[in-house]
Write a protein of this length. Sequence first.
Length: 306
Amino acid sequence: INMENASSVKEFILLGLSENPGVQKIYFVMFLVFYLITVAGNLLIVITVISSQHLNSPMYFFLCYLSFVDISYSSTTAPKMITGLLVGSKTISFAGCMTQLFGFHFFGCTEIFLLTAMAYDRYVAICRPLHYTALMTRRVCGRLVMSSWVGGFLHSTLQTLLTTRLPFCGPNKVNHYFCDVHPLLHLACADTHVLAAAVVVSGGAIALSCFIFLVVSYVVILVSLRGQRSVGWHKALSTCGSHITVVILFFGPCTFVYIRPSSDLAEDKNVAVFYSVISPMLNPLIYTLRNEEVKRAMRKLWSTKV
């Protein structure tokens, strides 16, 4: 099917989180602040890790990439939503909608794989400490990051191609604040049951399998720590604690939305705020507040710059 002739819809209208003008003003201020914190916080981590000689372990290598992905991830949806709340115009072109869909799944899926790689890094550091430097070489870390990007790209390409080939002939109101697969499937002028199942299988399978891997790796870590002294426990839990927090904040809502056929779009978009806006904003805070090394490096960076 040719994309252009199958779809008479040239643009979509994003309904956003609320139709109430008063509520929209509150949301505008709130989400603008959230987005600025997200960009500033993650950018600070990227700069700190790159410019510090001490933060050269694999954990910080991954953290740097995670922060970069978080900036890109929130930038695919937040600026459009914020301007929509301010101006009141919420239209998005067909091409713009598909680009947003691609970017959102690309960075979101890359983040899932990166968080999984970080869990593997923590597992090796705690359960195989003597082999850590041999197992987590720069090359291995680079490959893990590269695989995360490739995995994200393949997943989002599949999602976007499947959606682009659907015929859209109106209505064109997307019950969401960005273009995502589920709300677009509801608008297609075709039977989308098979496609909806494919979306659930591809998106849900990735989220669930990575989540299971993460849970298993942390169970193994906790079991291996049983005989340790409290100092060992504390050190391990402080590095893992932040990671577990991020994983729960991101995976919980994400798995909830993508692992089941979507029936309640209003509920989906409210849940989406957690993994598309709140999680990228909290990541830098979670990783820096609990981490003395990062805080020291930031202070050092600050004092040299000032």
